[in-house]
Design a binder for this molecule. Structure first.
Ligand SMILES: [Zn+2]
Length: 428
């Protein structure tokens, strides 16, 4: 099943802004309350069996089960009787808020790099989800009287209907995809306003993309943003860096202002808007870069890296630059899928040590060493390009094509006719 997320800017009235904010507030309260309940349960199980702790003691009966999603969702239904204001928010929205909490807890236990879930303040809680929406939520049907008369028979789709809130105008920046059904709707508050993110799904199955003839290896570089096996060293463009630098300087200025003062708030807003701009610029550039790589090759291979642990300094390259992780793990596979390019991750170990030309290990390089110089075959390459080439070679092996390593004497292959997988596929 494929899914696409389409984002539209909302144009709410003042009254609707109030409603959206109220929705966010109630969801946040539900999130925090249930987080507290989970935390207290955990705390109550920490005390030693034969004595009380000096600081504090949580007493929760021993037979009370851990408040998981099912229990909390049940309690929520009960709570609505006691707290009628909860009913102002659509029930599925509240449930999806509890699911989100459950996800945060699950991730904490299962995903190594995740931290313990936080209580959310207004700035940290910016979205809520309608998990099930229909086509009828996305288009105003003409009134019955108009339908009978035959006038205004066209449906208008410049509004969306949020249950319990009503019809909201949107800026219809692109048409809805045809042949797909809307599934989920998320409302997000960003620095520049409110947005609706609609997930459309298609149940049609798409044939898997098969590896083609030409290959490209990509490596997240040290001196460059990303390096390709064809010798391209791509740097983050100046216009992205410039905006990022401006952001830094504004953030420095924030320190001189009194927290919570008018000027502080003004600057805070300015920073939030600039953040948005930097992110947009960078993303636009990343998509264009992905299209560039996909247009020059049939197969793309990247190294399989957990970028979260990487950022923590495990590998020491491009520390703090999360864009590379997004590029390699999200944008590139998506564009590859869209344009019919084969994408695969390969083993990342020792990519900087292996020689792409002869396949021998040339030993460890330290970070300042920018050139790959092979002592066995004498090849000299930029280290990032060399690593990208190693990745390409590994990818080619992974999809079952032979790699032409030069042996120490410089001969290519050993006279065997080498069929590529592409030949095999097209020869059938
Ligand atoms: Zn070599």
């Amino acid at each position: 099943m494929i899914s696409f997320t389409y984002e539209y800017k909302l144009k709410p009235t003042k009254k609707q802004i109030k409603d959206l904010e109220m929705c966010l507030d109630i969801c946040r309260a539900v999130y925090n309350w249930n987080h507290r309940e989970r935390k207290d349960w955990i705390q109550s199980r920490k005390s030693p069996i034969n004595r009380c702790s000096i600081v504090q003691e949580y007493v929760i009966p021993a037979d009370k089960p851990f408040p998981n999603y099912n229990i909390q969702a049940n309690n929520l239904t009960q709570a609505k009787k006691q707290y009628p204001h909860l009913a102002q928010v659509h029930s599925q929205v509240l449930q999806s808020t509890l699911k989100r909490l459950e996800q945060a807890w699950d991730d904490f236990f299962k995903v190594e790099s995740r931290g313990f879930p936080k209580f959310k303040n207004q700035n940290r809680f910016r979205s809520f989800v309608y998990p099930q929406i229909k086509r009828s939520n996305l288009a105003v049907r003409p009134r019955a009287a108009d339908r009978r008369k035959g006038t205004r028979t066209k449906t208008k789709d410049t509004k969306i209907r949020l249950p319990k809130i009503g019809w909201l105008r949107i800026r219809k920046s692109r048409q809805y995809p045809t042949g797909m059904t809307p599934k989920q709707l998320r409302i997000v508050r960003k620095a520049t306003g409110y947005f609706a993110q609609i997930i459309f799904v298609s149940t049609e199955s798409v044939p898997d993309i098969l590896p083609g003839e030409t290959s490209l290896g990509l490596d997240a570089g040290i001196s460059s943003f990303v390096a390709s096996s064809r010798g391209e060293l791509i740097k983050t463009p100046e216009f992205v860096l410039k905006a990022a630098r401006k952001l830094k300087s504004l953030q420095r200025r924030l320190k001189n202002k009194i927290k919570g003062s008018n000027n502080w708030l003004k600057l805070q807003k300015k920073i939030a808007r600039l953040h948005f701009k930097v992110a947009n610029r960078r993303e636009d550039w990343l998509y264009k870069l992905a299209h560039h790589f996909c247009s020059i090759t049939d197969n793309i291979f990247v190294e399989d890296i957990n970028f979260k642990s990487w950022q923590k300094g495990l590998f020491g390259k491009q520390i703090g630059n999360s864009a590379i992780g997004k590029f390699i793990n999200q944008i590139l596979p998506f564009i590859a899928w869209k344009t019919g390019v084969y994408y695969e991750k390969v083993d990342k170990d020792f990519t900087s040590q292996e020689c792409p030309n002869c396949g021998l290990s040339t030993g460890k390089k330290n970070l300042s060493q920018r050139v790959h110089n092979c002592q066995y075959c004498g090849v000299t390459l930029d280290r990032d390009v060399a690593a990208a080439k190693v990745i390409e070679n590994r990818g080619i092996v992974a999809v079952g094509q032979p790699v032409n390593f030069k042996n120490a004497c410089g001969d290519r292959g050993a006279g065997i006719e080498q069929l590529t997988l592409f030949d095999l596929v097209t020869g059938l």
